[in-house]
Design a protein around this ligand. Structure first.
Ligand code: 16G
Ligand code: ZN
Length: 537
């Protein structure tokens, strides 16, 4: 049974800050690190309950605030398959975090136990990791007390990328339970081994391309990418030449500062410490290495971003070609959000003839929709995404049969991709290898890749409003239903611009409303964005 005294004793070390109302949102709990100790302690408790509920399967916990400023931190729970926490449990997380007293905390715990018929005598297992934030160790200590309070067994994986934590959670539940050695080292080893081998297989004996600069946002991606590249070099020396920049994880204040995927995508400009000449290639990771964008500059100095939409187009295009060459009866679909550039949707639907669906912002929505296809490709424009292969697709790809040499080659490539892609969650390092292997196979420059379609000029504006909760959307966030009458006004504005498109949605992570607009020219698009913002304000 639940040891109420033990919980109360440990919980007394982490009193809830009275004035704060916590919400487990699209990115878990995320805010100034100073406000998070009580929350993280309680997340440890919830993870123990979740593990018991799921027959002692291992639950993952990641302590990170991704691309947010260094002073922030956050925490996310990972289900046994490596996917995000089930929705119903997000509300338990919120309830636990907001319990004002230790007695109320015990009551919430008891209600979760009874609502879920949790057998308290079962073993509970949890693995956890953190990014490089200075607040990490203190929060991990609070987490460990929470895990102890619920009598679960916790294993500390040390510093890891978010996708490494997702993958290793899956690995512990569905691959091998290691019998010896430190889990911290093992989590790195199984990850590097898997992805370096798959990359080696995917590039085959094709020619390498030019060096690529990778901006690691001064975060955990830097040391992990360096290690991964060593593994790749051991298998195939010189196939992938990378120069890692913004790799200082020790100097305070540098994480995500004027660098990283979010900075580059939002500002459409180069990160700190990078001067690119034309023909040079570059990419940026975010602070926990689950997002990536690519870019280069033209001869005339124009900055060109290859974002999540371009990654989706590249990978979906390559995969469908392999599926067709191999004569496999497999459906491939692409999932986007409202932020996908209109040109990308048109390219996917009209030229590559994919079914394309649009879902609300947030990885879990994309992930679930992508599971409806045999092969589901999903990317948010901001660079987070992956490809999911259903068991039906895997069976067909891995089954024997008499084939021509060409078909056999295509099948081999597809097999390599199924291993190269981190299917548990979007993964900047796995996506980097995926993109590079496709470009190597195609012998494409970034310029060639960029030319598959031309982005429509687009603009994203933040509007600070009194209460963002009065904004309600439908149609995958593309239409406002409340405040009443606002959508009609937006429609009228949009109609005034050639190829105009605009939508308004409340942010899930910040106290603002976001306005997106695109149109056929930069001037029109900016005008439309600012006029729509004016309506909202
Ligand atoms: C979260 C989401 C990300 C989304 C972003 C939108 C996850 C793991 N992360 O960071 O996918 O793009 O929120 O933020 O789901 P917004 O609601 O503030 O626009
Ligand atoms: Zn991230």
């Amino acid at each position: 049974t639940i040891d109420c005294d033990k919980i109360k004793e440990l919980s007394a070390k982490y009193p809830k800050l009275k004035e704060i109302n916590y919400t487990y949102g699209t990115a878990g709990f995320r805010m100034k690190a100073d406000y998070l100790e009580s929350v993280i302690f309680r997340v440890g408790i919830l993870a123990g309950l979740r593990s018991r509920k799921l027959d002692s399967k291992v639950i993952g916990i990641m302590v990170t605030a991704s691309h947010n400023p260094e002073a922030d931190n956050g925490v996310k729970l990972v289900d046994p398959s490596g996917e995000m926490l089930e929705q119903q449990w997000e509300s338990y997380a919120t309830q636990l975090a907001n319990a004002q007293s230790d007695d109320e905390l015990i009551n919430v715990i008891k209600s979760v136990v009874s609502q879920n018929g949790i057998d308290e005598s079962k073993k509970a297992s949890v693995v956890y990791a953190r990014d490089t934030r200075p607040s990490g160790p203190k929060l991990i200590a609070a987490l460990e007390d929470g895990i102890k309070a619920i009598s679960a067994v916790g294993v500390n994986l040390g510093i890891k990328t978010t996708p490494q934590l997702h993958y290793f959670t899956y690995y512990l539940n569905y691959c091998e339970k290691p019998t010896e050695g430190s889990y911290d080292e093992l989590a790195d080893k199984v990850y590097y081994e898997k992805f370096s081998k798959a990359f080696h297989k995917a590039v085959g004996d094709n020619q390498r391309l030019s060096n690529i600069y990778v901006d690691a946002a001064n975060g955990v991606g830097a040391p992990k990418l360096r290690d991964l590249l060593e593994w790749i070099d051991k298998l195939n020396d010189n196939i992938f030449k990378v120069t890692i920049i913004n790799d200082d994880i020790n100097t305070r204040g540098k994480l995500n500062f004027q660098c990283g995927a979010d900075y580059v995508k939002t500002g459409q400009k180069l990160p700190l410490a990078l001067n690119l000449t034309c023909e040079q290639r570059a990419a940026s990771l975010d602070g926990d290495a689950d997002r990536i964008v690519f870019y280069y500059v033209e001869e005339d100095g124009t900055f060109r971003l290859l974002d999540g939409d371009k990654i989706a187009a590249l990978s979906a295009g390559f995969i469908i070609e392999l599926v067709k060459t191999a004569c496999l009866d497999i459906s491939v679909g692409v999932v986007q959000t409202a932020y996908a550039n209109g040109s990308s949707t048109a390219y996917l639907e009209r030229e590559l003839v994919f079914p394309v669906s649009c879902v609300p912002t947030g990885v879990k929505h994309l992930h679930h929709k992508a599971q409806e296809y045999d092969i589901g490709v999903y990317f948010e424009a901001n660079g987070h995404g992956t490809v999911l292969f259903s068991s039906n697709a895997l069976n067909k790809i891995n089954s024997d049969g008499s084939r021509t040499t060409e078909q056999e080659k295509a099948i081999k490539k597809l097999q390599a991709l199924t291993e190269l892609i981190n299917q548990t969650v979007g993964d900047a390092l796995s996506d980097l290898l995926l993109v590079e292997s496709i470009l190597i196979n195609r012998q494409w420059t970034f310029k060639k890749w960029n030319s598959v379609y031309t982005d429509k000029p687009n603009r994203l504006v933040k509007v600070v409003v009194e209460n963002r909760n009065i904004f309600k959307t439908t149609n995958a966030e593309r239409t406002l239903v409340e405040p009443k009458g606002l959508q009609e006004k937006i429609d009228k504005l949009v109609a005034q611009y050639k190829d105009g498109r605009s939508f308004v949605r409340p942010s899930g992570t910040e106290d603002v409303v976001r306005v997106y607009a695109e149109a056929s020219t930069r001037e029109d698009c900016d005008a439309l964005a600012f006029k729509v913002a004016g309506l909202v304000y």
